[in-house]
Write a protein that binds this ligand. Structure first.
Ligand code: NAP
Ligand code: HSE
Length: 429
């Protein structure tokens, strides 16, 4: 039996979905008993050249051609952003259609509201592709690992920043130069803020954390630092210290509260996340029964993202063929406090410019000593123009102590500027 599917948006991801459904329609029919056919496609400009070809009458600029069409049972949303995607998804659910989306921005902000409507209507609302592209993350956290208490999520979940940091590490080039290249190659958008300021990773962390920790998490709960402050000098010092710089998304349940953070981090080269390069993504998960797990793969791109979305289509068709409605309950299972930052002491890298004269280093050491911070490594290169560049790596230090030391360093006359402060991971996961 044919199942009619409506596609909202047909760009990079939507095109991949069309291609993959066409390639696998017979296999899907054999697996589910239902044969998927995309019958209507919403776009802004029907005359635009696309990577997939359609008979012209399939394309529409009117969302109601899909939402109000009773023959369409499944809607796939690949428009992106909040509106009009939110209104269309809610209208599709209220019109009795299952919905599949890759829209992390929408789920991070309005996920619970949409899931509630899907549950009321007894329909599937699936979004595996919203985090990690092709990598199965949502379903393992929702299904395979639910017997666990998850204590840690840690990973690289933004491909654009990982590409930029990888190229900075490989070439020694500065951030602006590599960002320009990434934009020319289509990896970074012309307004790169959502990626480079860490917001895309924070939205994805919000989605993962709410499932893994079984609680309501909002974007405001995440402490977010992006990669704009990372310089070629920091990348070179990281190399000297046996590390690479990565943008990590970190979620931690310490038993009392959840802590969420996106931050550039020096990752020792022995750590598996140090080897996740270019636009690849990876996520560590620690569950009390399962132990450590690592998920790795392509976090974006047309077919990789379509792989996750068509997986959701197949899941929906299976549920339809067995008349299983809306399998997941959406309510939070714990009410733990959610806090920004990290509960654990971390090692910190500090790069500072100071006047090159007697006693300066002693003053810095005194501030560290007063804040009860122990120094692990100290580097100082030959001074230029009476300015010394000093790099200190601390032993594990509570975040309050490092913040207090930074306040005191800023008051020190001979200290010209704190150029960067970057936390460092331990050698293992
Ligand atoms: P895209 O290439 O910009 O495609 C967006 C599509 O939506 C286009 O076909 C566009 O029509 C259509 N559209 C936009 N606004 C519309 C409106 N108001 N009414 C009707 N149609 C509209 O975007 P994408 O990269 O495929 O991303 C789609 C979604 O997947 C986003 O939520 C994104 O976050 C998510 N995602 C993307 C990736 C990736 O690798 N790109 C990975 C994971 C998740 P026209 O073609 O006529 O302009
Ligand atoms: N902008 C996102 C990234 C695309 O760079 O990872 C995939 O969600």
């Amino acid at each position: 039996m044919d199942i009619k599917i409506g596609l909202l948006g047909c760009g990079t991801v939507g095109g991949g979905v069309v291609e993959l459904i066409r390639m696998r329609a017979d296999k899907i029919a054999a697996m589910t008993g239902l044969h998927p056919v995309i019958t209507d496609v919403l776009v802004r400009d029907p005359d635009k050249k696309r990577n997939v070809t359609f008979e012209h009458e399939l394309l529409t600029t009117n969302a109601n051609d899909i939402i109000q069409n009773d023959e369409i049972k499944v809607v796939i949303e690949t428009i992106g952003g909040i509106e009009p995607a939110k209104t269309m998804i809610l209208a599709a659910l209220r019109a009795g259609k299952h919905v599949i989306t890759a829209n992390k921005d929408l789920i991070a902000l309005h996920g619970p509201e949409i899931m509630e409507v899907a549950e009321q209507e007894k329909l599937d609302f699936l979004y595996e592709a919203a985090v990690g592209g092709a990598i199965p993350l949502i379903r393992p956290l929702k299904e395979s690992l639910t017997a666990n208490e998850i204590s840690d999520l840690k990973g690289i979940i933004n491909g654009t920043t990982n590409y930029i940091l990888t190229k900075m590490t490989e070439s020694g080039a500065n951030y602006e130069e590599v960002l320009r290249e990434a934009q020319e190659l289509g990896y970074a958008e012309s307004n790169p803020s959502s990626d480079v300021d860490g917001l895309d990773a924070a939205r994805k962390l919000t989605i993962l954390a709410s499932i893994a920790f079984g609680t309501k998490v909002s974007l405001d709960d995440v402490k977010v630092d992006g990669i704009r402050s990372i310089t070629a000098a920091d990348v070179a010092y990281a190399h000297e210290l046996g590390a690479v710089i990565k943008l990590l998304a970190v979620g931690k349940d310490d038993g009392h509260a959840l802590y969420l953070q996106v931050r550039p981090t020096m990752v020792p080269k022995a750590h598996p996340l140090a080897h996740v390069n270019d636009a690849f993504n990876a996520l560590f998960v620690h569950g009390d029964a399962a132990g450590d797990l690592m998920f790795f793969g392509r976090g974006a791109g047309s077919l990789p993202t379509a792989s996750a979305m068509v997986g959701d289509v197949i899941e929906t068709l299976r549920n339809m063929s067995m008349a299983i409605p809306s399998r997941f309950r959406t309510g939070p299972v714990t009410t733990k406090a959610v806090k920004k930052g990290s509960p654990e002491p971390l090692r910190y890298y500090l790069r500072m410019h100071a006047k090159d004269r007697p006693g300066v280093f002693a003053h810095i050491a005194t501030i560290f000593s007063n804040a009860e911070i122990s120094m692990e490594t100290v580097l100082q290169k030959r001074a230029h123009d009476n300015q010394a560049e000093i790099v200190i790596v601390t032993h594990e230090t509570p975040s309050g102590s490092i913040e207090s030391a930074i306040l005191q360093l800023n008051d020190l006359n001979d200290l010209l500027e704190i150029k960067n402060v970057i936390p460092m991971e331990k050698g293992d996961a």
